[in-house]
Design a protein around this ligand. Structure first.
Ligand code: FES
Length: 349
């Protein structure tokens, strides 16, 4: 099956021992995905000089070269979180990697601030590498054997789960799906998710309680290396917690945390072969980019009763979660009860 994969990875470094762990994770992932690496160091004189930043970068580029990974380096003036997000946008990156501490150079006062800020505004997926966990150093950074994927069964959580399954396949890891909420509903959601991922024998867990607390505790108790959550979703029974979950998990889990960007994306984010519901001209638009680069954009409102469709990456279809209508990647009905195609949406070039 065709995989989304990562093609360009931006990693923040400040030359510290902790940021070196994040750098190694990025390097190992770049190698596994055959991705290009962009090393970014931010400087703000007089506390952090450009020379300091450039020395850190030179060491990083040399290490990447030794591992056969194509890497470029960039020193940017300014605040680290802003610098790394701007670099990700400028380079069209699909993954940012930062340590949970560091990226402050000599200015340790920004500790912890960078991952928080990037997790709110990242233009792409974000991997927060735990450089301070008691387990750091127990396995090579970025070598994930056990991956916990949180889902609430929503179309966006499905996209995140697909991203996690692709990553697991690429790095040779095993995945477990977790749902926090009603037990009976949870098992149905997880069985459907496993089916859509084409992995019927996948391990599943259904838990009750606060989603971020329970996910973090499970990750610790069962020894997962990586926890994956969508940048929205995981509402379980408590929808008001919606946006807090990814951020809380990134603080509480002892494992690395991958926050998959599934909400707030734009058409330009779409990689060839990828579909997603994006916001365009204030409307939710179902957009799919062909391998040739051509984009099909249609209304994301199901023509049956108006629910929002979600992208099914396995079948390359738009599926309605409400009553099962399905549309092909151009919005043409392939399964009812809907009878009309999704309405076309004009995309200005
Ligand atoms: S609203 Fe989509 S199938 Fe009913």
């Amino acid at each position: 099956m065709w995989k989304v994969g990562y093609r360009k990875i931006v990693v923040g470094t400040d030359g510290s021992e902790t940021s070196a762990i994040a750098e190694q994770a990025a390097l190992n992932l770049a190698r596994a995905f055959g991705a290009e690496l962009v090393l970014l160091s931010a400087y703000e004189p007089p506390e952090v000089s450009r020379e300091w930043a450039e020395q850190a970068l030179a060491r990083g580029v040399a290490a990447a070269g030794d591992r056969g990974v194509k890497a470029t380096a960039e020193a940017r003036a300014g605040e680290p979180a802003e610098a790394i997000m701007a670099a990700a946008e400028d380079h069209g990156a699909d993954l940012i990697v930062v340590g949970n501490r560091g990226m402050g150079g000599a200015r340790r006062f920004v500790l912890g601030g960078v991952p928080d800020r990037v997790s709110h505004y990242s233009p792409c997926d974000l991997l927060i590498v735990k450089t301070t966990s008691p387990d750091a150093g127990a396995r090579p950074p970025g070598a994930y054997e056990r991956i916990l994927i949180a889902t609430d069964g929503s179309p966006t959580a499905d996209q995140a789960a697909r991203r996690g399954a692709d990553l697991a396949e690429t790095v040779g890891g095993r995945i477990t799906l977790v749902y926090v909420g009603d037990a009976a509903m949870g098992q149905i959601v997880l069985n459907h998710t496993a089916e859509r991922l084409g992995q019927g024998d996948i391990a599943t867990r259904v838990l009750q309680g606060d989603p971020s607390d329970r996910i973090s505790a499970l990750a610790r108790d069962e020894g997962y290396d990586l926890v994956l959550v969508g940048n929205r979703g995981m509402a379980g029974a408590r929808r008001y917690l919606l946006s807090a979950v990814p951020n809380k998990v990134s603080h509480e889990a002892h494992a690395d945390v991958l926050i998959a960007k599934t909400v707030g994306r734009s058409i330009t984010d779409l990689r060839p072969g990828e579909g997603a519901v994006v916001l365009l001209d204030g409307k939710q638009v179902a957009a799919y980019r062909e391998e040739t680069g051509e984009v099909h954009a249609v209304s994301a409102r199901c023509t049956h009763l108006g629910c929002t469709v979600g992208w099914n990456d396995g079948a390359k279809t738009w599926d309605c979660p409400c009553h099962g209508s399905r549309y092909d990647h151009t919005g043409k009905v392939i399964q009812g009860p809907a009878e009309r195609d999704l309405a076309p949406h004009q995309v200005s070039s």
